[in-house]
Design a protein around this ligand. Structure first.
Ligand code: F6P
Length: 361
C-alpha cells in the first residue's frame, strides 16, 4: 500500500536541496507513494504547516538554488512541547514516514526522535560546510567552494594591480573544509582554518615572500578561526552554535597582516553569496541521488538511517553515527596544504606549521 511521506529541509539552505527534493518526490511517486512538504524545517513539523508535493511541483527545480520548502534553525527540543507537537503532526497529516534533509543539527534531531520515539525517519545529508561524518561529501559544498574560488581569483586580479595582500573570508563554521578547498583550488599563499591556531610568524613570512615575488598575495580564512586579541561574539543559536558572522575575522586579520608585513592589505567576506545560486553538476547529481535513495529507504521501511556517499555509491548509514561527531580537516590534509602554500624560504615550509599540525593530531 502507498505511504504518505513528509519531507522537510532544515538548517542553513544550500544548493542541491531542490534536486534532492525532486529526486525523493519522483522516486516516491514512481513507487506509488504520496509526498507532503513540511514548511521551514522542524518549525513546519511543530506547527503542522504543509503543502502537497507532486511530481509536477518538482519538475522544474533541479537547477534552482535554495529550497522550495523553506527552512529554519528551529530545534523542537528547545521549544515547549516541541517534540510532542512533531509526533502529533505525523498523526494529523497521516504521515507514515519523514525524510529530513539537513546537517548535524537537523539530522541530530531526527536521530534523537528515532532513538526515543521510533520516529520513522530517513536523513539526507546537506551542508555547504561538508562537516557531516559518515559521508564522503555533502551537496552544497561543491557549489559554495566553486563560487569562493571564483571570488578569490577576482581578488587576486585587483590585488596584483595595487600590489596588495588580499584576504577572502569564507563560511564553513568549525570545520575548515571550505577554506581548505578554496585555498588549494585558488592557489592561495596562506590558508587559515579553525583546526589549528594561526601562526602569525609563519603566515607573515610566507606572505612577505609571496608578495615580494608576485606583487600580490592571497589569504583564504575561515570565519571560525581564533585570532590573537580577538573579542568573541557569544550569541548562540537554538542548537548552541556561536553566530559567527559578526566576529569580523577578515577585518582583524587585515590589521594583523598589514601591521606585520607592512604591505597594504584588503579583505572581502563572501558570506551568504556562497549559499545561493544554481547548484553545480556535482551537487545536482549528488542531491538527486541521495533524494532518490532516501525514498527507496522509506519504501523498504528502513528508518533511523542517513543516505551517504561512500566512494561512488550511495548507501544507508546509521543516523546516530553520522551525527555523533563533526568531520573536521585531518592532519594529512593540513600537511598537503602546507606543501602547497607559498614557501617562506627560511622556514623550509614545513617547520613552523609542521609543529602546529603535530599539535592538531
Ligand atoms: O552551516 C552553514 C552555514 O552557512 C555556516 O557556514 C555559517 O556559519 C552559517 O551557516 C550561517 O548561518 P545563518 O545563515 O543562520 O547566518
Amino acid at each position: 500500500m502507498g505511504k504518505r511521506i513528509g519531507l522537510l529541509t532544515g538548517g542553513g539552505d544550500c544548493p542541491g536541496l531542490n534536486p534532492a527534493i525532486r529526486g525523493a518526490v519522483i522516486q516516491a511517486t514512481a513507487l506509488g507513494h504520496e509526498c507532503v512538504g513540511l514548511l521551514d524545517g522542524w518549525k513546519g513539523m511543530i506547527e503542522g504547516n504543509s503543502r502537497p508535493l507532486s511530481r509536477e511541483d518538482v519538475e522544474e527545480i533541479v537547477g534552482k538554488g535554495g529550497t522550495m520548502l523553506g527552512t529554519s534553525r528551529t530545534n523542537p527540543y528547545k521549544k515547549e512541547g516541541g517534540v510532542q507537537k512533531c509526533l502529533e503532526t505525523m498523526k494529523k497529516l497521516k504521515l507514515d514516514a519523514l525524510i529530513a534533509m539537513g546537517g548535524e543539527d537537523t539530522l541530530g534531531v531526527a536521530s534523537k526522535l528515532f532513538a526515543e520515539h521510533k520516529f520513522p525517519v530517513v536523513g539526507v545529508p546537506k551542508t555547504m560546510d561538508n562537516d557531516l561524518s559518515s559521508t564522503d561529501y555533502t551537496f552544497g559544498f561543491d557549489t559554495s567552494v566553486t563560487l569562493a574560488v571564483d571570488a578569490a581569483h577576482r581578488l587576486v586580479d585587483t590585488g596584483r594591480s595595487h600590489k596588495r595582500i588580499m584576504i577572502l573570508e569564507v563560511m564553513g563554521r568549525h570545520a575548515g573544509w571550505v577554506s581548505l578547498f578554496t585555498g588549494i583550488a585558488a592557489g592561495a599563499d596562506y590558508v587559515c582554518l579553525p583546526e589549528r591556531p594561526v601562526d602569525v610568524k609563519d603566515m607573515t613570512a610566507r606572505l612577505k615572500a609571496a608578495h615580494a615575488k608576485k606583487n600580490v598575495a592571497l589569504v583564504v580564512a575561515s570565519e571560525a578561526i581564533d585570532l590573537p586579541g580577538e573579542k568573541k561574539d557569544e550569541k548562540l543559536d537554538e542548537f548552541g552554535h556561536m553566530i559567527l558572522k559578526e566576529r569580523g575575522v577578515a577585518e582583524r586579520l587585515t590589521e594583523i597582516i598589514q601591521k606585520e608585513t607592512g604591505v597594504e592589505t584588503r579583505s572581502a567576506v563572501i558570506g551568504h553569496m556562497q549559499r545561493g545560486g544554481p547548484p553545480t553538476l556535482f551537487d545536482r547529481m549528488l542531491g538527486t541521488r541521495v533524494g532518490v535513495k532516501a525514498a527507496q529507504m522509506v519504501d523498504a521501511g528502513k528508518f533511523g538511517v542517513m543516505v551517504a556517499l561512500k566512494g561512488t555509491e550511495v548507501v544507508p548509514v546509521s543516523l546516530k553515527d553520522a551525527t555523533g561527531t563533526l568531520k573536521t580537516v585531518t592532519p594529512e590534509w593540513l600537511s598537503l596544504l602546507d606543501t602547497l602554500m607559498y614557501p617562506s624560504g627560511a622556514a623550509k615550509s614545513a617547520g613552523a606549521q609542521g609543529k602546529a599540525n603535530a599539535a592538531a593530531r
